[in-house]
Design a protein around this ligand. Sequence first.
Ligand code: ZN
Length: 416
Amino acid sequence: MHTHAETNLEEETLRLLNWLGYFGKDPEGGISRLLYSESWVKAQKALETLFVDEGLKVQYDEIGNLFGRLEGNKYFDETILTGSHVDTVKNGGLYDGQYGIIAGVLAVKYLKERYGPPLRNIEVVSMAEEEGSRFPFTFWGSKNIVGETGPEDVKHLQDFNGISFVDAMHGAGFTFNSHPIRMDFKSFVELHIEQGNVLEIENKSVGIVEHIVGQRRFTFEITGEANHAGTTPMKYRKDAVNAVSRMVHTIYNTAIQFGDPLVATVGRINIEPNIVNVVPGNATFTLDARHIDKNVLNQFTDQVISETEQIADKMGMIVKADMWMDADPVPMNPELVEVIQRLCDENAVNYKKMHSGAGHDAQIIAPHIPTAMIFVPSHKGISHSPYEFTDVNDLTEGVKVLAQTLYELAYSDEEV
Ligand SMILES: [Zn+2]
């Protein structure tokens, strides 16, 4: 049996998600709401109106992050921040990013109606950009909040239509931040869909994130010798694809030996000359490896590089591994994890402590401000797709856990 209040929360959550999802609705499916685009501007304007309607004090920073503040009673000059990113990938889903913003509004509305003004300010943020889908730059919103980026990083960037980052930003009515970063943020809590299938398979409603994984990405380049497919005996070949197949096999075996939570993916293979009757002379493949422990991640990538070198050596070929991404794992704040876990225990929430295999704004903010992250399940793990889906019961469970967490952080005079 549902109580009346629960039915209302379900309806409100779905109504607001669909309402915000209207901005950027793509005729080809899903939502395309790229940074500083027309639909992006409309979404931020609409959220601004929603924030005002809910009694929040609204402010943009200069690059277009939108904040809605429930004013505290001034005893503490501290702010508890929640929210997520408003941009989407091309043909993205209804939940990635925007769920965290809508949930923040619903949680704050509930707290205000039930308990009145908090001791500390609570702010809901609709962050400008996370996905890197328009310009080759990610986490523009959160990096600006913590002062980790500036004009030099984006001035040279263009989108796929040749529009410069700066022109797009000016066109949307924004410019670069010239004010010092805010020092009043006491903690940040991001609610987000899992974008993986663990919670659904394990039948949990809520995930409490303990770590966001570190990632390393490589391109491996194999140099063999192109030759005639009919006249070159097997023993006289330097077949790059033969080498790739052995290397990939070894990489996956080693990954399985390392075990959870290490994941390794060879997502792209290019072959030259890629012709049916020519022994392939050159090949490249990519490796994406992730783990919550930097040492284990490095150990894994060192080991597979040396294994691929041994394979190339034996086959009389050369392999070169070029690392072009190296992001450290980021732990979430242990005290905040403990608070959320206690609240879940007290309220009989069906939860799991876990790591995030995907990147999030929380990983940018965590080194600067104590940060926590809460997940709800993604059906079949599908994300960045119009087929992204989360059951409404899980959506509302996430809102409730967020509201309880914000209550604990903003209404208690104890230091958390
Ligand atoms: Zn996201």
